[in-house]
Design a binder for this molecule. Structure first.
Ligand SMILES: Cc1ncc(COP(=O)(O)O)c(C=O)c1O
Length: 394
């Protein structure tokens, strides 16, 4: 039987960042895009009906969340992640990256050191730099035996102390290496930050994308003692692909940290949230669970497909097995010597638009990140194009 996630939907002509900006961003429009973290799937009908109902009301003035919004949030986070949200703790922002920038401004000063763990989602480094703070990198280390990236805790502790780090940006689950951090890792990380009086911004935007055998541990589930300098970024925008509706929920348990963040948010001139985003968030967190469970099974099928394809046809391209997220990290180091050769292979020969490893950090120039949240037919096409390019590559 055909799965609804198999349906190919033409997104061109909707001002879609993923599909409609090839010319502006890559100088050509013949590339199959699997770059930005944006899925090619339609929302469940129940949610679309809620949105249609809201749209047909016809008035879209200023809006703020009411009880139904917080009830929906609490149902979702308690059932899926084991914590409830005190509404006082929540700061709504247009996005998680925006909130990272606000937190950097509110809680650190120009010239302060902020730690990230590359390879990591590139706005982490750019938000630090654009706010005139100093990037300190605690490089993640690939453990060949375990087949996964791990945190170098000795280096983390050393850098925090030596560079007088004020804040860490922690990606959990991790984009792009696909790690779903264990409780032990989260606790060890949190302990080091606590001992050194460091703020943690835990970006948990990918929390809902976790594959069987793994469990997302939210910083919100740790004991009170770990919540003093904690900010947790969440959003339905990845889970339900509603980034265009611009809503993120940022949980800040400590009152003075929260006040500092709110003040920065006020200073930026942001007040009420997007009206359609409000309806969408309430709706997806109320009615989206079954859809998400089906989606997770579908994505797992896509990961399995990519793994078998590579093993069979492109064994020199190494898949870093994802524990979570729909972003797959591929190692091309047996095929190319530098990132320029890799870019030519991917763009000019395979006609694909992926996110090159170099943008996630200098050490991963021979990697590519591929977004597999698309109908299987799209993934098959992309891999066939990649295969033809690699086989023809000298
Ligand atoms: C780790 C991470 N954080 C944040 C974002 C973007 O979030 P927002 O659109 O809410 O700023 C992404 C999108 O890919 C992401 O992967």
């Amino acid at each position: 039987m055909k799965n609804s996630f198999d349906v190919l939907i033409d997104r061109r002509g909707t001002s879609c960042l993923k599909y409609d900006f090839g010319m502006e961003r890559k100088g050509r429009d013949d590339l199959l895009p699997l770059w930005v973290a944006d899925m090619d799937f339609r929302l469940p009908d129940e949610v679309i009906e809620d949105l249609q109902k809201r749209v047909s009301h016809g008035i879209f003035g200023y809006t703020d969340p009411k009880d139904d919004y917080y009830d929906a949030l609490n149902r979702w986070f308690s059932k899926r992640h084991g914590y409830t949200v005190d509404r006082q703790w929540n700061i709504i922002t247009p996005g998680v990256v925006y909130a990272i920038s606000m937190a950097i401004r509110a809680l650190t000063k120009e010239g302060d050191s902020i730690l990230i763990q590359q390879p990591v989602y590139y706005p982490f480094a750019s938000m630090v730099k654009l706010n005139n703070r100093n990037v300190v990198n605690n490089q993640l280390v690939f453990n060949k035996e375990a087949g996964r990236y791990e945190i170098d805790f000795d280096d983390l502790e050393k850098k925090i102390k030596e560079e007088k780090v004020k804040m860490v940006l922690f990606c959990s689950p991790h984009n792009p290496v696909g790690r779903v951090w264990t409780r032990e890792e989260i606790l060890r990380f949190a302990d080091i930050c606590k001992e050194n009086d460091v703020y943690i911004f835990a970006d948990e935007i990918h929390a809902d994308f976790v594959y069987e055998g793994h469990k997302h541990i939210s910083f919100m589930t740790l004991d009170d003692e770990y919540r003093e300098k904690l900010i947790v970024g969440t959003s339905p925008s990845k889970t339900f692909n509603i980034a265009g509706l611009q809503i993120a929920n940022i949980f800040v348990p400590n009152e003075s940290v929260r006040d500092a963040l709110k003040k920065e948010n006020d200073a930026a001139g942001y007040s009420q949230c997007n009206a359609i985003g409000l309806t969408a968030t309430t709706s997806v967190y109320t009615k989206g669970e079954q859809w998400l469970d089906e989606l997770l099974r579908y994505l797992k099928g896509n990961v399995d497909y990519v793994r078998s394809f590579l093993q069979e046809k492109l064994p020199r391209v190494k898949l870093i097995e994802p524990e979570g997220t729909y972003l797959i990290w591929l190692d091309f180091s047996e095929i190319v010597k530098d990132h320029k050769e890799l870019e030519k292979l991917i763009v000019d020969k395979a006609h694909l638009w992926l996110d090159p490893g170099i943008i996630f950090g200098r050490e991963t120039a021979l990697f590519e990140r591929i977004n597999i949240a698309a109908p299987r037919a799209t993934i098959e096409k992309a891999l066939e194009q990649l295969c033809a390019a690699v086989i023809g590559h000298k």
